[in-house]
Design a protein around this ligand. Structure first.
Ligand code: KG4
Ligand code: ZN
Length: 336
């Protein structure tokens, strides 16, 4: 198994890539549907599916042309099989399975979060096993003990909103455009970190689970209280954004340090959309280094949804001899 085509269509990004085990990532492209969903303030599942239908094949052609690879030189196809939006998953699954059938090669359905989890291994230097992974995306917040490919144990996860979801909902409260995470982070740059103090949920008791929905409520109450005042509204919004971001970042840092301590591991990897957050990276690096540990991230383009992580995770599984039957079904909900 040398070259694997990866197809990601679980949400609002169409990601296509080719992973070659002798050369690494040889080509990749991501098409974002954000402008389509922005006018509705969130992802509209039906529109997402239709746009994946429109974009997947042209992007596959583009990536194969860029890499100078003919269909006969692809040895396997990997597609995201879940978790995600059912209609969107069906597009990638049906196309991936069909291409594999037409080309006479095996195909494999990949767990989206395993894709995120393995993305840092596409970088140099790649972290050695074992490590703790903090997966922070729009749909998930999980701490995972990783002893090798396929050897995962969930150490903790969010009991309600995912970290990215909390960013997006709080951004909405602050009247920021969708997707809110990056916009909120940008607004927070101008914020005064000393004006408001938000709680650090679930850090005062043992355990590695998270709860972020209270922060969104805290933000809502602060906005209602403060914006009724005649003070500078724009500065107040920035100060609230900063206080929220600091609370999420501190909470994640506290739990990651705890996870490393409990496992006795030295290496931490971060992946998923929220791991693109600059303040999170800076504070995490500092805290983990102070404990004598190491922190690893994928490059920014591999933090958010992409086809490269699916091609890579799929290569490992196909190379180990796994593959899917023709009548394969995606799973909107799928525990890792
Ligand atoms: O992994 P991802 O691209 O998609 C999912 O699988 O969910 O993550 C998207 C999430 C969104 O909630 C987005 O607001 C958040 O990642 N995000 C950020 C930043 N960039 C993306 N959150 C905070 N700061 C950022 N810089
Ligand atoms: Zn994702």
């Amino acid at each position: 198994m040398r070259r694997v085509l990866g197809i990601e269509t679980s949400c609002d990004e169409t990601g296509i890539a080719i992973y070659d085990c002798t050369q690494g990532l040889v080509a990749q492209a991501v098409y974002s549907q954000v402008p389509i969903h922005a006018q509705y303030g969130g992802v509209v599942p039906e529109l997402a599916s239709r746009d994946h239908v429109r974009k997947t094949l042209p992007l596959i052609r583009q990536v194969m042309e860029e890499a100078g690879i003919e269909p006969g030189a692809i040895d396997g196809v990997a597609f995201t099989a879940g978790p995600g939006l059912m209609g969107a998953l069906l597009v990638g699954t049906a196309l991936g399975r069909s291409l594999a059938w037409a080309w006479g090669v095996p195909s494999i359905g990949v767990h989206h979060m395993e894709g995120h989890l393995l993305a840092p291994l596409l970088e140099e230097p790649a972290p050695a096993f074992p490590f703790v992974a903090l997966l922070v995306s729009g749909g998930h917040t999980q701490l995972v003990e990783v002893r090798g490919i396929g050897r995962y144990r969930i150490l903790g996860e969010s009991l309600d909103d995912a970290a990215g979801e909390a960013f997006d909902k709080t951004a909405k409260i602050l009247d920021l455009p969708y997707p809110g995470g990056p916009a909120l982070a940008q607004l927070a740059e101008r914020g005064d970190p000393t004006r408001f103090h938000f709680p650090r949920p679930m850090t005062d008791r043992p355990g590695l689970d998270f709860s972020f929905s209270g922060l969104k409520t805290f933000a809502l109450n602060t906005v209602r209280e403060q914006l009724a005042q005649p003070a500078d509204r724009d500065q107040t919004r920035a100060d609230i954004a900063r206080a929220f971001e600091d609370a999420v970042v501190d909470t994640l840092v506290i739990k990651c340090r705890r996870a490393l301590k409990e496992t006795g591991f030295q290496r931490l990897i971060l992946a998923g959309g929220v791991s693109a957050n600059r303040r999170l990276r800076a504070r995490m690096n500092e805290a983990i280094a102070a404990d004598g540990g190491e922190t690893y991230y994928p490059r920014l383009a591999l933090c958010t949804d992409n086809g490269a992580m699916i091609a890579y995770a799929g290569w490992h599984r196909l190379n180990a001899g796994q593959c899917e039957p023709l009548g394969f079904k995606p799973r909107a909900r799928w525990p890792m």
